[in-house]
Design a protein around this ligand. Structure first.
Ligand SMILES: [Ca+2]
Ligand SMILES: [Ca+2]
Ligand SMILES: [Ca+2]
Length: 432
């Protein structure tokens, strides 16, 4: 087994003041409309004339801001700021626990984004995939996606129908009905607090956002998740918490084991650390799940790093069951804060100004590789559900083989491109 850990390099890595030895999630330059469990939706008047995708949902007041679904070249940050009453960072606390796993800090100054011009076609090409999925009469595979993150507001209306439900468990009766070792684990488990409750409020914004990217309903307004309204369901495994989104590698390892034991096949990890943990490495190496992992958001100054030279864990682990994901802007450039690596980062996905769910029936824009990874997780899950002829390792290959190549990603990622879901749906498995 190959070990990457380098003490000297570890200290150099972080989005902002992240010490060696912390695992954390990667949402940089987060722009929050609101993230509160009691919260209202603090959005000023929203017009559908801004941004792409206005027609994706008849009720979708937010869908028009999801540029990555169908980028028509009209998305403009300055317009966004005019439309929304508050655009703030979601996370802004220094990280100072040396033995933790945690949330990312905001990245660089976003001033350079004000007048960045969106480029048409820089998107997931998801529409053809949705059309195929919806029109096909073939039986779809049920796919459970484990989200190991902060918690998720499971009561968010846009996540109704998106959640995995443990079939053998009766809620709130104080009994471990299915005998899996966890009492009343209906939609997952809270490994951070070792309890069934999955949402504690603001601290669970990041996980709720991730869940929405993957599986928010395509119908009924709000946002549209990549695998929304499909046979894909998300299992909520809270392993990070507190105002700084801290957790331990042990919690993540337990969550990985739970996920696998309870039927998950794909696992989203929008988290990372500079420190090598043998137990985390082994849990991933020995797992049959496909892991989609955020590549990380750069160094102290918010500049993306080459993780071939400065690894980030677990994204940089060399296993075939990992897809490491970089973050792309709406103009097709690699996000300034996104890590990259010709051999350690597999592909890129949209990650700047991503609108998704946060606790309290709210929505927020976050940015970073934390948002790019669940794009790929959603794509992988939808593809795995649709292509019942494929195995998980084929899903990874299909996504890598069918990327839309971009000059900005050449030499910076293994595949040199942005994930193209429509093309992946038509992928042909090579004859052996
Ligand atoms: Ca149980
Ligand atoms: Ca029970
Ligand atoms: Ca929705």
């Amino acid at each position: 087994m190959k070990h990457f850990f380098s003490k000297a390099l570890a200290a150099a890595l972080c989005l902002a003041c992240m010490p060696a030895g912390s695992l954390h999630t990667f949402a940089a330059e987060s722009s929050s409309i609101q993230s509160s469990c009691e919260g209202d939706i603090r959005v000023s008047s929203v017009s559908e004339e801004y941004g792409p995708g206005a027609l994706l949902s008849g009720l979708g007041q937010y869908t028009s801001f999801q540029w990555y679904l169908d980028n028509q070249g009209t998305f403009l940050l300055s317009s966004l700021k005019q439309k929304f009453s508050s655009i703030n960072y979601a996370h802004g606390f220094p990280h100072n626990n040396p033995d933790a796993v945690y949330l990312p800090l905001p990245g660089y100054n976003t001033a350079g984004y004000e007048n960045l011009k969106a480029v048409a076609g820089i998107d997931l090409n998801i529409i053809p995939a949705w059309e195929q999925y919806d029109s096909s009469e073939e039986e779809k595979r049920e796919v459970v996606v484990a989200i190991i993150d902060t918690g998720v507001d499971t009561a968010h209306p846009d996540l109704e129908g998106a959640l995995w439900t443990n079939p053998g468990e009766i809620p709130d009766d104080g009994v471990d009905n299915d005998g899996n070792g966890y009492i009343d684990d209906i939609h997952g488990w809270n490994f951070y607090m070792d309890q069934a409750s999955l949402c504690s409020g603001n601290e669970d914004s990041h996980g709720t956002h991730t869940a929405g990217i993957i599986a928010a309903g395509r119908e009924g307004g709000g946002v549209s998740g990549i695998a929304g309204g499909s046979q894909v369901k998300v299992m909520v495994l809270k392993a990070l918490g507190g105002p700084m989104g801290i957790g331990s590698p042990e919690s993540i390892v337990k969550a990985i084991r739970y996920a696998e034991a309870n039927g998950a096949s794909i696992c989203n990890l929008s988290l990372g650390t500079t420190r090598y943990y043998e137990n985390l490495d082994q849990a991933i190496r020995d797992s049959n799940m496909l892991f989609v992992i955020a590549a990380g958001n750069g160094d102290d100054g918010g500049s993306g790093m080459d993780t071939d030279a400065t690894p980030v864990y677990p994204a940089s682990l060399p296993y075939d069951n990992i897809i490491s994901v970089a973050s792309l802007n709406y103009d097709g450039a690699l996000a300034q804060s996104s890590n990259y690596g010709a051999s350690s980062v597999d592909l890129a996905a949209p990650g700047s100004y991503i609108l998704s769910t946060v606790p309290g029936e709210s929505y927020a824009f976050y940015s970073g590789t934390s948002m790019a990874a669940p794009m790929v997780t959603g794509a992988a899950a939808l593809l795995y559900s649709y292509r019942t002829d494929l195995e998980l390792k084929d899903i990874r290959q299909a996504l890598l083989d069918t990327v839309h190549p971009l000059d900005s990603l050449s030499g910076k990622t293994v595949s040199g491109g942005i994930v193209d879901v429509g093309a992946a749906f038509d992928w042909q498995k090579p004859q052996e």
